[in-house]
Design a binder for this molecule. Structure first.
Ligand SMILES: NC(=O)c1ccc[n+]([C@@H]2O[C@H](COP(=O)([O-])OP(=O)(O)OC[C@H]3O[C@@H](n4cnc5c(N)ncnc54)[C@H](OP(=O)(O)O)[C@@H]3O)[C@@H](O)[C@H]2O)c1
Length: 320
């Protein structure tokens, strides 16, 4: 299979299938940093599948033409990353959208069947599984403060409200964001779709301090922390003992936000586990007949590939 993991293809160079192999891809812009090829190719090797996963940089202007190429070249499926998750939503047949996609209006996984595209979003479920594995079971049973109301903040807030409703649990959410209007827009959506959910917005520093003191789980969904000189997205108190803090960022492995939370006594985890689990759910969508053993083998291979690529260690069971 060689490894295409280091090659970033473009609209002009999208590879063709070799013989009877199945092809998969991640499309985005930028996409060169993506670890999805390492993760999925490791799972293909572990299950001895004649499949290959590549990364393709497509600009927003190239998205429609790129998708047409993937269709013509017979790609079996693809992942969609920034900035195409909403654009891809518009290119999937409306009757072929999973409940999560109908909820968040964004697609991160496509299954291609004879020219028809089926759209899924595995980010929410991936986040949930990641938190269960790294921090605490049933995150929806706890009071959650979501910091950030961009694409990920919105997806997570909507998914938590939806999943708690499905499980007959009342989600208790507070949202905070630099641009408070976006947090209010999400809270309004949740109020319409899941009226049983408690969803507040914290704007002032007093309201944010109060939300931190009330929360069991705090999630950073902002992009602050990607760069070494980034500010911390919200001011954290000196004592966070008994609380759980999850940061969607995994590179760097420990943002200032996570480091500060850990020093204040919180249990912390970064977004590498979410990357793993959203990928594992995508893999299962593309391979619906997997046995439990095959699921375990592919997950273990993906986990090792991510650990090798990042030098980080992923926990396998909830930290007690
Ligand atoms: N681990 C995973 O699998 C995974 C999956 C998805 C995303 N992520 C990570 O999650 C992060 C967010 O992604 P996204 O797609 O949601 O991005 P996005 O849609 O661009 O949203 C960015 C968020 O960050 C906030 N922000 C940006 N600069 C800020 C600043 N200087 N001060 C305060 N807030 C600021 C934005 O606030 P405003 O609304 O005020 O602009 C917004 O809430 C990224 O780091 C991404 O890599 C990880």
């Amino acid at each position: 299979m060689g490894d295409d993991a280091n090659i970033t293809y473009t609209l002009e160079t999208i590879p063709e299938r070799k013989g009877s192999e199945k092809l998969y891809a991640v499309i985005g812009d930028p996409v060169a940093h993506s670890l999805s090829p390492q993760m999925h190719n490791a799972a293909f090797r572990a299950l001895e599948l004649n499949s290959r996963y590549v990364k393709i940089r497509l600009t927003p202007e190239e998205l429609r033409a790129g998708i047409e190429q993937l269709r013509l070249k017979g790609y079996s499926g693809w992942n969609v990353t920034v900035p195409h998750k909403v654009g891809m939503f518009g290119l999937v047949e409306s009757e072929r959208l999973s409940p999560e996609v109908r909820l968040v209006h964004a697609v991160n996984t496509v299954l291609h069947d004879n020219g028809l595209f089926e759209g899924f979003s595995t980010d929410g479920r991936g986040w949930w599984a990641a938190v269960e594995e790294t921090l605490l079971p049933n995150p929806g049973h706890h009071r959650i403060l979501i910091v950030g109301a961009g694409g990920s903040g919105q997806s997570l807030a909507l998914f938590i409200a939806y999943f708690c409703t499905v499980q007959n649990t009342t989600a208790r959410l507070t949202l905070t964001n630099r641009s408070a209007n976006k947090a209010h827009a999400i809270a309004d959506l949740i109020a319409q779709r899941h009226p049983g959910t408690s969803c507040a917005v914290a704007k002032t520093s007093e309201e944010i301090s109060h939300a931190i003191s009330e929360a069991d789980l705090i999630i950073n969904t902002t992009s602050l922390g990607l760069k070494p000189d980034d500010e911390i997205p919200i001011k954290l108190p000196d004592d966070l003992s008994g609380k759980y803090v999850y940061d969607l960022i995994y590179n760097p492995a420990e943002t200032t936000f996570l480091r500060t939370a850990k020093a204040a006594g919180a249990k912390t985890a970064n977004g590498l586990s979410m990357l793993l689990w959203q990928g594992a759910y995508a893999f299962r969508i593309w391979h619906p007949g997997l046995s439990e053993e095959q699921k375990a083998i592919s997950l273990a291979a993906m986990r090792c590939a991510l650990e090798d690529a990042t030098g980080q260690k992923l926990p396998e069971r909830p930290a007690s």
